[in-house]
Design a protein around this ligand. Structure first.
Ligand SMILES: Cc1cc2nc3c(=O)[nH]c(=O)nc-3n(C[C@H](O)[C@H](O)[C@H](O)COP(=O)(O)OP(=O)(O)OC[C@H]3O[C@@H](n4cnc5c(N)ncnc54)[C@H](O)[C@@H]3O)c2cc1C
Length: 489
């Protein structure tokens, strides 16, 4: 008999297992469906950037102590990120729909939980310069809220979690495919049925934490909940997240919560593999589109590339790209902005030419329309400004649809470059309803005794869109709460 069974092997599961142990649970087991060499879920593939509140920049010092020496002017240049700013960002991108109770919990616990990850989880942090740092002249500028990541990104995050889990005496079983939850006559969840290397077994526990991800890998559920265009979507991360935990919980009467028709999906190179590749992790992302334009195969611009900082548009634009013909668009840049493209662009060869015509000729695109679009764009561009890559600079177009409302420089400095991109799915937004203790709520609006959930499985936080760095923060916050609640139940 275990005190706590944790299902999953990603950030949320590890946080829950560590927290359960820390809060007095003696026998804790973590059941990971994947074999050891494929463990860690999406967490392994992640950029490991965490969005959290800091009321003064000095609160970052414990994570990045040498920062002022490395980046002179850092403390003066970084905008603080109070709870109101996090809340405003989350509510803006989710069109006001983020579950207010969960959002407040997440935001209020975000700093303290990141400190807990450092102190108890033993994680090491660094500035996420390659993705979040914007070089202006000789200085780096930083956007608000999400600028710190764990060292070695998701690979480091996942391996450190497993080290800590092991060091705390928590049992880990790999290739442990949890099939269903079991309940006692009283209706309390009292264990799981798991298919492992030794066959199918029932494991009993006082409490179960489900932290086994969303359904992004599952083409049947994607088609069912997200729509036809998602049938062939490339999966950016783990190929183990089939919605197993969601199904098991729904079978026990759990309440579906949040945006089941929504997901996080980003622009990635169009010939990316079907699932995440462990040593490539998140390098297929192509997120600097706000400094250029995006043309669909009909040769048209179809969206405001500069609607917001890319940290607040990238998770939505992947899905919108997938809805374009062939699920493909072309990002086009001129040489003025080449240094601003994030380093991940270097991991694939772009199309390149000294003329826009020469560039378009290489693309599978309506040539005539594409040239017309670029000419119209160039004629309409560079109203307002001046260009400033680090803030919403209001350098915009005038008189074309769709407008580009920021960073709308002309494409006029050869050579010109293009990357073909598609939309890759990251994780799904639909999940379970939980309360402040991370207890799963039933469709009878009552907690299901003995059952807790965390991570991608939690519904309600994200709708339509997402603010970069919030997924891992949510997994850590609710994983920690779920583990603590399960240990005390
Ligand atoms: C390429 C990429 C980059 C990302 N970058 C960031 C970032 O920088 N910042 C950020 O905040 N978020 C990022 N994310 C999102 C973030 O990775 C996820 O939100 C987070 O890892 C989810 O954690 P989780 O523990 O809920 O799920 P996961 O980490 O996906 O873990 C789910 C686990 O459950 C296991 N499992 C599934 N079914 C079963 C079963 N039946 N039985 C047992 N185990 C099961 C899986 O094997 C896996 O170990 C990124 C995601 C990807 C894919």
């Amino acid at each position: 008999m275990y005190d706590v069974i944790v299902v999953g092997g990603g950030n949320a599961a590890c946080a829950a297992a560590v927290s359960a142990r820390e809060n007095g649970a003696k026998r804790v087991v973590l059941l990971e469906k994947a074999p050891k060499e494929q463990r860690g879920g999406n967490t392994h593939f992640s950029g490991a950037i965490f969005r959290f509140v800091f009321n003064k920049v000095e609160e970052l010092d414990r994570f990045v102590p040498q920062v002022e020496e490395e980046y002179p002017g850092f403390h003066a240049g970084v905008p603080k990120y109070p709870r109101e700013a996090f809340r405003e960002d989350l509510m803006r991108v989710t069109e006001g729909r983020s579950d207010p109770e969960l959002a407040d919990l997440l935001i209020d616990a975000s700093y303290d939980t990141t400190c807990w990850m450092q102190d108890v989880g033993k994680h090491k942090f660094e500035l996420a310069r390659s993705v979040m740092g914007i070089k202006v002249g000789n200085q780096y500028k930083w956007p608000r809220g999400a600028i710190v990541r764990t060292v070695h990104e998701g690979v480091g995050l996942s391996s450190t979690w497993f080290k800590t889990v092991e060091a705390m005496g928590i049992e880990i079983r790999y290739e442990a495919h949890v099939l269903e939850l079991t309940q006692s006559e009283s209706g309390r969840i009292d264990g799981v049925v798991v298919r492992g290397t030794d066959g199918v077994r029932k494991l009993n526990a006082k409490a179960v934490v489900l932290a086994c991800g969303g359904f992004e890998t599952n083409p049947e559920w994607r088609t069912r909940y997200l729509g036809q265009e998602w049938a062939h979507a490339k999966v950016r991360g783990s190929n183990f997240n089939y919605g197993d935990g969601l199904r098991m919980a729904l079978d026990m009467g759990a309440m579906p919560w949040g945006h089941w028709g929504g997901c996080h999906a980003t622009p990635i190179v169009s010939d990316a593999p079907d699932y995440g590749v462990r040593n490539l992790t998140d390098k297929t992302n192509r997120l600097s589109y706000h400094y250029g334009v995006m043309l669909n195969v009909e040769g048209k611009r179809w969206i405001d590339e500069g609607a917001d900082m890319n940290a607040f548009t990238y998770a939505k634009y992947g899905g919108l790209i997938l809805k374009q013909t062939k699920g493909r668009v072309y990002q086009i840049f001129d040489s003025k902005v080449l240094d601003l493209l994030e380093p991940r662009y270097k991991t694939s060869e772009p199309f390149k030419s000294d003329t826009l015509e020469g560039l378009l000729k290489q693309l599978d695109i309506d040539q005539k329309q594409a040239m017309k679009t670029l000419q119209e764009y160039n004629n309409a561009a560079e109203r307002g400004g001046p260009f400033n890559p680090a803030v919403l600079d209001h350098l915009s177009t005038e008189g074309i649809e769709p407008a580009k409302t920021n960073w709308a420089q002309k494409l006029d400095k050869p050579p010109f470059y293009s990357w073909a991109v598609t939309g890759g799915i990251t994780f799904t937004f639909g999940g379970l309803k939980i309360n402040k203790e991370a207890q799963v709520i039933s469709t009878g609006w009552k907690p299901i005794e003995g059952l807790y959930a965390a991570g991608e499985m939690v519904g309600g936080l994200f709708h339509y869109n997402y603010a970069l760095g919030t997924g891992l923060m949510s997994g850590s916050v609710f994983g920690r709460i779920a583990g603590r609640s399960a240990a005390r139940s």
